[in-house]
Design a protein around this ligand. Structure first.
Ligand code: NAP
Length: 309
């Protein structure tokens, strides 16, 4: 039996681990399939306080893990397949094994959204990708035209990163103004290698027959005109959805699957707390996730203390 299990190892998870470890609760962190979470797929994080020159996303997460482990947090590489929150201790099924816990912090984060157009799934890893920092340097993209889809900070970040490798980066957005923060939008639009394609959506990724990306079919939403843009890679950055599927029916969530905390960070189930992007569709920043992880840890610690556990 574990006092507290933290599901997820992003900013929220490791911060919750740091605080619960320092409260002598020996937290067990179940890392999920992507240890370190989404931040490990970004390049330089420029807006995490304390790093005036920026910090590599992977390095930041590794440091957070080390800091929590220094105080007794334990990491276990594993994905939670099922959760039973109907009675305490709660039971989690992790890669077939049962883990019992007096309290749980859900910090499962969010995953990349897909476009849902023909060719996208079949050509994933064959030119369709959701992570420029993971894949952008591959030889297949060098000196080739590339397409980035989206208008937020992630799309801008991916487009800027890809200017190191591609010959030209077509940044395709469904509106005529970026959603990204001003500083990112300005930096992106002033880069001579980035060509915006406004008011347009990808309708198909080509070419499944050749088993690799050769281009995209696109449609201008204002004029209705359809065309083909040749490219060697499509980098999709159209936002994220919460990783909460396994908690459906037990934990209260909104129509989009974001968990709704009831009191502080506690969910509708006493003893189950939530932190980070799986409950936040508004701020979605590394620092707000870390802050929420801290709050969830404090709430969980007080809950356990009140139960004399
Ligand atoms: P986001 O801000 O939600 O932006 C998603 C973009 O994709 C929007 O421009 C949206 O268009 C577009 N989109 C959504 N569905 C689409 C579809 N089906 N087809 C075409 N386009 C679609 O997501 P994000 O860029 O991943 O950022 C998530 C959060 O992380 C944000 O809070 C952001 O500030 C933060 N972040 C920060 C940094 C940084 O500061 N360096 C870096 C990355 C992310 P509309 O604009 O029309 O809605």
């Amino acid at each position: 039996m574990v006092k507290i299990v933290i599901i997820g190892s992003g900013c929220a998870g490791w911060t919750a681990a740091l605080y619960t470890a320092r409260a002598n609760l020996s937290p067990l962190v179940l890392t999920g399939g992507q240890p370190g979470g989404l931040l490990t797929t970004t390049s330089i994080v420029e807006n995490f306080p304390g790093f005036p020159e920026g910090v590599d996303g992977y390095e930041l997460m590794t440091r957070m893990q080390k800091q929590a482990e220094r105080f007794g947090a334990r990491a276990s590489f594993g994905t939670v397949e099922a959760a039973d929150f109907s009675r305490r201790p709660f039971t989690l099924t992790v890669d077939g094994e049962k883990v019992e816990a007096q309290a749980v912090i859900i910090a499962t984060g969010a995953s990349h959204k897909h476009l849902g157009v023909p060719g996208e799934d079949l050509l994933e890893t064959k030119g369709v990708t959701y992570c420029a920092t993971c894949d952008g340097a591959l030889p297949v993209y060098r000196n080739q035209p590339l397409v980035v889809v989206g208008g937020g900070d992630s799309a801008c970040e991916q487009a800027l990163y890809l200017t190191r490798f591609g010959s030209v980066i077509h940044l395709m957005h469904r509106r005529d103004a970026l959603r990204a923060s001003k500083i990112m939008a300005e930096r992106t639009l002033s880069n001579p290698k980035i060509k915006p394609v406004w008011d347009s959506v990808v309708t198909e990724v080509l070419d499944v027959k050749q088993d690799k990306v050769t281009g995209v079919k696109l449609k201008n939403l204002k004029t209705g005109a359809e065309s083909v843009l040749n490219c060697a890679g499509v980098f999709i950055a159209v936002g994220h959805g919460p990783n909460t599927e396994i908690f459906k029916g037990q934990i209260e969530m909104d129509a989009n699957g974001y968990i709704i905390p009831r009191k502080g960070t506690m969910t509708n189930v006493p003893g189950v707390f939530v932190a980070g992007d799986c409950a936040d569709h508004v701020y979605r920043q590394a620092i707000t996730a870390a802050g929420a992880g801290c709050a969830a840890a404090i709430d969980a610690e007080r809950f356990l203390a009140a139960q004399n556990q």
